[in-house]
Design a protein around this ligand. Sequence first.
Ligand SMILES: C[S@@+](CC[C@H](N)C(=O)[O-])C[C@H]1O[C@@H](n2cnc3c(N)ncnc32)[C@H](O)[C@@H]1O
Length: 296
Amino acid sequence: MPLFHRKPGPSALRRAAPVRATSHASTPQDDWRTYDRSAELYAASMEPVTKPAAAKAVQLLQLRPDATVLDIGTGTGVAAREAANAIGAGALVVGVDPSVPMVAAAAHAADGPAYAAATSIDLPFRGGTFDATVACFVVAHFTDYRTALSEVLRVMKPGARLAVTAWAPSEDIDEFKRAWREVAEEFAEREMLADAQARAVPWEERFADQAKLKESLHEAGLRDIWIERMDYRVEQSAEDYLSGRETSAAGRFLRDMLGEEFWETFRTRIRTVFAERFPARFNDFHQVLVAVGHKP
Ligand SMILES: C[S@@+](CC[C@H](N)C(=O)[O-])C[C@H]1O[C@@H](n2cnc3c(N)ncnc32)[C@H](O)[C@@H]1O
């Protein structure tokens, strides 16, 4: 029986017993849906996971040495850095993300790109500014993906390319994810975790589907759309894997819902389970769709 359940009523995510004196309500600034509290962990644990996909997306952009490039939902700057490395010193790469701590972590690396806090729905650039744009593991997060994609196309020059990456469905849920979920479900009802995932990443299923990804990009106005599926593995320590899961929507939600005391109990429990079942380092397999198209 999970520690937390949904109460009957209109709010699917209402906090349920036990209510703690230390419990804190989410504010817009401290909303579990943002990555604000995850920046450092994301940089350390997720960058090695998203980097191969960012490198592929940047390769498909076929950047010229003088290109002006925009990385949307840059996070800690993985794709922006890949683009800056791929082109010359005369190029301009800009990364935008609504999470100031994520942008700060990206800027901290101080190795080429410029960064700004901004959301895809209202990009602070003139129309037709960029020769190329890239959006890695972010389109599924857009609340209104149609408006966001049309805004991305607005800031692209005619002929500019947009490359997008999204997680593809794996054949099977892997043993690491299964173990993590089992323990998470000791603390929160499965439905609560599913609701949280749907709120944070509303278009996950849509963009995991190759045909629907293509359709969405075509509807936004991209042409000559090409989609590749990538399968790759990343060797990680169990600790890095678990840190990565903490930055996921379910991890951020659990932490917010449980409060620090129960969150530490969860963290101890998941580490015990992983130590019992898995070696200290293991290979985690990833399936990704990488799409590219151009604005006519
Ligand atoms: C899964 S992370 C991906 C980060 C990075 N692109 C990578 O590949 O590692 C998703 C990022 O998208 C950002 N994000 C969420 N909604 C966004 C929006 N509407 N516009 C721009 N970025 C957004 C989040 O703040 C977060 O940093």
